[in-house]
Design a protein around this ligand. Sequence first.
Ligand code: G
Ligand code: G
Ligand code: MN
Ligand code: NA
Length: 253
Amino acid sequence: RMPSAEEVTTAIRDGLLSYYVQPIFDLNTGQPAGVEALIRWVDAEGRIVRSPDDFLPLLERLPEDVTDTLVGMAERAALPFVTGPRPLYIAFNATAGALERRDSLARKWFRELRKRIPADRIVIELLESAVLLDPESAARTLRIAQSLGIRIALDDFGTGLSNLDRIVQFRPDLIKLDRVFMNGLGEGGPADAVVSATARLAKDLNISVVAEGIETPADAEIMRQAGVTLGQGYMLGRPAPPEDWAKRLKNIG
Ligand code: G
Ligand code: G
Ligand code: MN
Ligand code: NA
């Protein structure tokens, strides 16, 4: 059952929503490159009670002060990673609806986040398959973000219906290769061809590629050999509270 907007609002006011982060690593050096913020709804004991997919659309329709609370939470999750001698990037997921319109939610997020996070440390992830009612308006919002130094990532790349079109329209700085391409990789079949062609295309366009769903050392090695430079997945690190990853990454970096 999808919760109501009121239930989400109450949960946020009660402090039951929080951001986990999952690290992204450079597959060639093993060094961390960034972290992705992933929202979680927990109970009083800290156990995850709902998947974000159950309530994401509601995040676009929260009262102003509750949105401010969420932005503040996102900033606090990001701060341990984005400063210091070797800062990482922080990636936030945006729903399509948050990008459209002049007074879009995304523009408010950009304004607020930039007060405390350097713009060149911020990445906005947009689902490649996102259904946009007004793609030109969304493209304008993304162009504004990029003019501020914020980078744009196309998420779940390769699973939408017109993904090459999205590259032209949105000029992403990164693409996140969907984890479906992990299946059958390394067998010399179509998955290998798609991955290496994507890596080549991205290189020509000066776009970084993140391989999603790295679950084994072999996954990482095959992606690296195909020319994909960044990776994310359970083998490299699971989503966890920011303070956990801040400690662990300090020992790696
Ligand atoms: O973390 P998990 O795999 O359960 O995430 C499920 C989906 O929810 C993914 O598509 C992810 O991009 C999305 N998601 C997670 N956190 C956020 C968030 O804070 N905002 C938005 N818009 N989507 C999120
Ligand atoms: O759509 P997006 O890429 O934002 O979603 C991220 C989701 O993918 C998160 O819910 C996260 O928990 C999940 N995820 C991250 N790494 C892996 C992985 O290695 N395997 C699988 N199956 N899911 C993953
Ligand atoms: Mn994502
Ligand atoms: Na994804």
